[in-house]
Design a binder for this molecule. Structure first.
Ligand SMILES: Nc1ncnc2c1ncn2[C@@H]1O[C@H](COP(=O)(O)OP(=O)(O)OP(=O)(O)O)[C@@H](O)[C@H]1O
Ligand SMILES: *[C@@H]1O[C@H](CO)[C@@H](O)[C@H](O)[C@H]1NC(C)=O
Ligand SMILES: [Mg+2]
Length: 321
């Protein structure tokens, strides 16, 4: 019997057989039944403590939009995000050998009982526990979303003056820009800030965070472009290793949850782009008047379409199954 609560009443039976998930079998919350202490639940991840230096970082199938978590999930999304992040850690380390990441292994620790392993495998990583820096290190290569809205009003992006005359979705002519935001407490909204404000918050770590974020974005952008995907923007999180005082790349990286991925084939400036992410879900929430409301259940169609988009992004970038 599985000890994980799954959003379907026959799911424990199904998951014990390790069947291909259908829409009703998303893992929306984990319960390790005391195998490891729970440290925190984020919007998507459940964090458990393995020892005082190590966490088990478990990606559920939860999905959030406009900062609200949906009642039901996207089956297998957590596996996809985990394997996607692992692929990127490898690719980034190859390009930037001095990079340190929080990743240790996809292997489950010995404390996890046999009965929980099939469900947790591939959606969990052991990571180095870090002091997370309170900034979302966003890098934008193209002008879109909230940045485009600000630019139309004031000619700036996060208060940074940028070249006049840009069109929607155009690449920034002088290369990608670092546009940090605050990391809001649960239930609050992140706030876009100027890099100078981020520097005041981060102190001695500020310049490392900024230069690493931009460097990693450039590496990833080039890597993805070869595979037909434009990474319009992405968000990194960094932490500090308290033992060595080093800045370490943490969290998920370059997933459809933390990035805007556009298909290169259909890219054109002067309009918004279709993207490999939760745009379907967002559009549906707005159309149904459900934007920002709690306890929303996605229809099967929305689940299906969202699942397809995530899978498509994953397949393009990893070239894999
Ligand atoms: N190596 C690490 N050590 C400690 N915390 C980490 C590490 N890597 C990531 N985190 C934190 O784990 C959480 C990941 O969970 P998830 O992605 O679900 O959260 P979120 O909804 O994005 O953020 P929040 O915690 O603000 O709700 C984030 O708060 C992130 O900052
Ligand atoms: C985990 O993913 C790998 C591929 O990366 C696959 O071979 C393996 O069967 C998966 N394991 C489980 C339990 O899903
Ligand atoms: Mg997160």
């Amino acid at each position: 019997m599985t000890h994980l609560r799954i959003a379907s009443f026959f799911s424990s039976f199904v998951s014990s057989l390790n069947c291909i998930p259908t829409m009703s079998q998303a893992l929306t919350t984990t319960d390790l039944q005391g195998a490891l202490p729970l440290v925190a639940r984020g919007k998507v991840r459940d964090l458990y403590e393995i020892d005082d230096k190590t966490l088990l970082f478990v990606a559920t199938d939860r999905i959030s939009a406009y900062d609200v978590i949906m009642e039901n999930g996207i089956p297998n999304k957590g596996v996809l995000l985990t394997l996607c992040t692992r692929t990127w850690f490898n690719a980034l380390k190859e390009a930037v050998p001095s990079l340190r990441t929080h990743f240790i292994t996809l292997d489950l620790p010995p404390q996890i009982p046999e009965s929980l392993r099939p469900v947790l495998q591939n959606r969990s990583m052991q990571v180095r526990k870090l002091r997370i820096l309170p900034i979302e290190a966003i890098v934008r290569g193209y002008i879109t979303g909230s940045a485009w809205n600000e630019y139309k009003k004031s000619g700036t992006v996060h208060g940074i003056k940028v070249a006049p005359g840009l069109q929607e979705s155009q690449a920034f002519p002088d290369g990608p820009i670092y546009t940090p935001s605050t990391k809001a407490e649960q239930g609050e909204h992140d706030e876009n800030i100027h890099p100078d404000q981020a520097a005041a918050i981060l102190g001695e770590y500020a310049s490392t965070v900024e230069s690493l974020a931009v460097q990693l974005y450039k590496v990833a952008h080039e890597y993805a472009l070869k595979r037909g995907v434009i990474i319009a923007d992405t968000k990194f999180e960094f932490g500090v290793d308290e033992e060595t005082n080093e800045v370490v790349l943490a969290d998920e990286v370059l997933t459809p949850d933390s990035s805007r991925f556009w298909p290169k084939d259909s890219y054109a400036v002067g309009r918004g782009q279709s993207s490999f992410d939760k745009q379907f879900l967002r559009d549906w929430l707005v159309a149904e008047g459900l934007k920002g409301k709690d306890g929303v259940r996605m229809t099967e169609e929305i689940q299906q379409k969202t699942a397809e988009k995530y899978k498509e992004a994953w397949e393009k970038i990893t070239g894999g199954k």
